[in-house]
Design a protein around this ligand. Structure first.
Ligand SMILES: [Cu+2]
Length: 240
């Protein structure tokens, strides 16, 4: 009994230590330092309450550190949101591969990216990957050394934005609030766009419900299939 308990404790400890942080941004120009222009937490834990204000740009129980930097990004460029298990981890330590689920990115136009909390309206989704041919979005990120590829639209207005990158782990999602949501916000300045499109926007919190079919799901006993595909949560993807 004691042996079994120890094994259980060990496996829980492993799970807890294998969360993830979007901690670094790479543009076509430069790979920025860890935490440069990104509000990173020191602890890598998830948010699990989709109605929390901390769903926007993370927060307690994972307090984030502000950054006074804003990263220039050229419209139409593809950037990488780089994910790591901890702020010190390398590319071989992205997240526990047992963490399976969708990957998404959102933008919000702001007047001052270093000051805006991100909470509330203005968000639109610019990238998503769910479950295709047995591969989860998280698998793609882990297998590419932690790189989430995000194309910055070239049809929207230039200026300052928050870039919110998100990975969702569904291993515990068979019960309500069992999905683990990981997100951080980078502070960017989109340059070179002559676009004027104004995407339809949503509020965070507000993009997800705890019973969304993509968040309340038993991926082990009732995995998505071709006839019952995985439904990525959140608003429709914005495209130019
Ligand atoms: Cu985790």
């Amino acid at each position: 009994m004691h042996f079994i308990h120890s094994l259980l404790t060990l496996s829980l400890a492993n799970t807890a230590s294998a969360h993830t942080i979007f901690c670094q941004l790479k543009t076509s120009q430069q790979t920025y330092a860890v935490s440069y222009g990104i509000r990173t937490p020191s602890y890598d834990g998830p948010q699990t309450d989709v109605n929390s204000a901390n769903l926007a740009c993370n927060g307690p129980p994972n307090p984030t550190t502000p950054s006074n930097k804003v990263i220039d990004v050229a419209a139409g460029n593809t950037v990488s949101a780089i994910w790591r298990h901890t702020l010190q981890s390398g590319s071989n330590d992205v997240m526990d591969p047992g963490h399976k689920g969708p990957v998404m990115a959102y933008l919000k136009k702001v007047s001052n990216a270093t000051q805006d909390s991100g909470v509330g309206s203005g968000w639109f989704k610019i990238q998503e990957s769910g479950f295709t041919n047995g591969i989860w979005g998280t698998d793609i990120v882990i297998n590419s050394g932690g790189n989430q590829q995000i194309r910055i639209p070239d049809c929207i207005e230039p200026g300052q934005y928050l870039l919110r990158a998100e990975m969702i782990a569904l291993h515990g999602a068979r019960s309500v609030n069992g999905a683990q949501l990981y997100m951080e916000c980078a502070q960017i300045n989109i340059k070179g766009s002559k676009g004027t499109k104004k995407p339809a926007t949503s509020s965070i919190p507000g993009i997800y419900k705890s019973n969304d079919p993509g968040l309340l799901i038993d991926i082990y006993n009732n995995p998505p299939t071709n006839s019952n595909p995985y439904r990525i949560p959140g608003p429709a993807l914005f495209t130019c």
